[in-house]
Write a protein that binds this ligand. Sequence first.
Ligand code: KG4
Ligand code: ZN
Length: 292
Amino acid sequence: MPELAGREHIKRIIPILKEALDEAGVTLEGVDGYAATFGPGLVGALLVGLSLAKSLAYFLDKPFYAVNHLEGHIAANLLAHPDLGETFLTLLVSGGHTLLIDVDGIGHYTIMGRTLDDAAGEAFDKVAKILGLGYPGGAAVDRLARNGNREFIRFPRALTADRRLDFSYSGLKTAVALYVQKLSADQLQRQMADIAASFQEAAVDTLCEKSILGLRKSKRKTLALSGGVAANSRLRVKLETACRALDVRLFYPPLELCTDNAAMIAAAGHWHLSRGERSLFGVNAVPYQKVI
Ligand code: KG4
Ligand code: ZN
């Protein structure tokens, strides 16, 4: 409900700003620069943050930078790991995106692979809905899968024979839906954890496989996981094993910096502002963008 999301932002943004300033022990005048997300996202919600940050920067005569949401996810890693360096491969997996991005310094991004249909997080959310776990359901699927058998059903792993770095999740989601349709309520109840674990294994397998292929193609020795799905416990374990074998350094943000948060936007804004980069006050919110 985009309209409701926008209205909720209006209600909450000033109290949250006050709380953040109190917690940091600074005043508005003491803030060196202002940043806000300009997109991609829901325009109504983006406009609220963008308008406030632009107004404060203008009024207080401070620099302003408009941040790409996806760059914010990449920055979450740098915020958590100052030793990450500026060149790495990142697997950005969220509710809206599934991307393999080669980072060749801040601001220099090459998309190596992307989803051809649904995002990985979207597949987690849809399977959570099919299993009656609520929305967003990625974390609930992850929790349920801990008690399940990963080999109970072999769900399809899309595009794994393909040498390109693209992903596809709509077939996997449909396979889970078709499987569940055939079950009685009783059977579903008994198999819930096994279905969650088998689905998660298929989803994570393709993420791992394409990340490894991406590491080989880019010759990078550092992989950074970002986005909400980077919180997935199975993804972390599998990538840790794979990266150890390849002598690749693996980084991922702490859980609270994986899913959408303002600290990662502030971190990305700080990179740019500290390099003297500024955005014009005319910058507008965009729902969609040529990714990054
Ligand atoms: O990055 P994010 O907070 O928002 C977007 O920019 O989309 O990602 C949210 C996504 C949701 O689809 C959510 O279900 C998924 O991240 N997610 C997870 C886990 N925690 C959150 N997916 C799998 N396992 C998790 N533990
Ligand atoms: Zn996000």
